[in-house]
Design a protein around this ligand. Structure first.
Ligand code: NCD
Length: 308
């Protein structure tokens, strides 16, 4: 199969289908043991983070380092000319002159698509408002594959703030390439937005629940998300729902012994730290798979004929 990622924008997970994901995961498996560690020595990436980040930014930088490429970045737009009123397109076109690919995170939906239309370099969407986070979805599905051996037939609960969490949408669209049973579990005010739900119901077997208790013994995966305080248009609404969901360690006594707990991170209080020492906690493995998937993506975006 031809490398489907070569010179490609990664704006939406909806632009990629199961053969593309299978290709990515196969190369990731091979790269893990045979990292061609000087393969991107003539390439550079520019990271433009208009919103905070720890894992996404560091994993891309670390991935680029491990392939001998260069990176330049900002993580605080107030230290850039944005603060002087420079418009977004001028900032994007400037970065476009310096690097071979741009990793972009922004609070507004649609910005990555816009960037992909005006820039020469491939754009990798590292989070666009409440809309999407495609590379997170790739690493999330890869983590499920590695930890559970498959995706088809699994009972996967997505738990938490499903309304505003962008990782939730990208993950659900990614999972719609497979045949899992999806259980959406959230407080009522934080349920999935209606339009994507309608679209996803056509492609996935989805049921909704008020709590994990009712389904815990059937689950293979629980994917928990943080309440997205910064996305609430009304902070009073946030105050009403904050702290309204949490994984209770006692609940895990009723779980299958090979249940895995995932979280895109950062967490607030929805996974108490006492759970970290249980066999279920796989969220730091997920962080580690994140670097591997992002290394693989960068390698494939820049390498037309992959030798893997
Ligand atoms: C997520 C994000 O930015 O959407 N973080 C991440 O990239 N792993 C999740 C979040 O902020 O809750």
């Amino acid at each position: 199969m031809k490398n489907p990622f070569y010179n490609r924008d990664i704006v939406s997970i909806k632009d990629f289908q199961r053969p593309d994901l299978d290709y990515l995961f196969k190369v990731a498996d091979n790269l893990k043991t045979n990292l061609p560690n000087d393969s991107l020595s003539d390439k550079s990436i520019g990271l433009m983070f208009f919103e905070p980040s720890t894992r996404t930014r560091l994993s891309f930088e670390s991935a680029m380092n491990s392939l001998a490429g260069n990176s330049i970045s900002f993580g605080d737009p107030s230290s850039t000319s944005t603060q002087k009123g420079e418009n977004l397109s001028d900032s994007l076109l400037t970065m476009d002159q310096y690097v071979d690919a741009i990793i972009l995170r922004h609070a507004s939906e649609g910005v990555s698509r816009y960037a992909s239309e005006i820039c020469q370099s491939p754009i990798i969407n590292a989070g666009s408002g409440s809309e999407e986070h495609p590379t997170q979805a790739m690493l999330d599905v890869f983590t499920i594959m590695k930890e559970c051996g498959k995706v088809d037939g699994l009972n996967i609960a997505i738990f938490g703030d499903l309304k505003y969490g962008r990782t939730v949408y990208s993950l659900l669209y990614a999972l719609s390439n497979y045949k899992p049973n999806i259980h959406l579990v959230s407080p009522k005010p934080l349920q999935l937005r209606p339009d994507p739900l309608l679209e996803l119901q056509d492609r996935l077997n989805i049921t909704t629940h008020d709590n994990l208790q009712d389904i815990i013994s059937d689950l293979d995966v629980i994917y928990t998300t943080r309440i997205q305080k910064e996305r609430f248009p009304d902070l009073q609404e946030y105050e009403r729902v904050k702290g309204s969901y949490k994984i209770d360690i006692n609940l895990l006594n009723q779980a299958k012994e090979n249940l895995i707990l995932l979280h895109p991170m950062p967490r607030s209080d929805e996974i108490p730290s006492e759970i970290d020492n249980t066999v279920f906690a796989k969220y730091f493995n997920q962080v580690s798979y994140g670097k591997l998937i992002r290394s693989t993506l960068l390698y494939l975006i820049f390498t037309e004929n992959s030798s893997f």
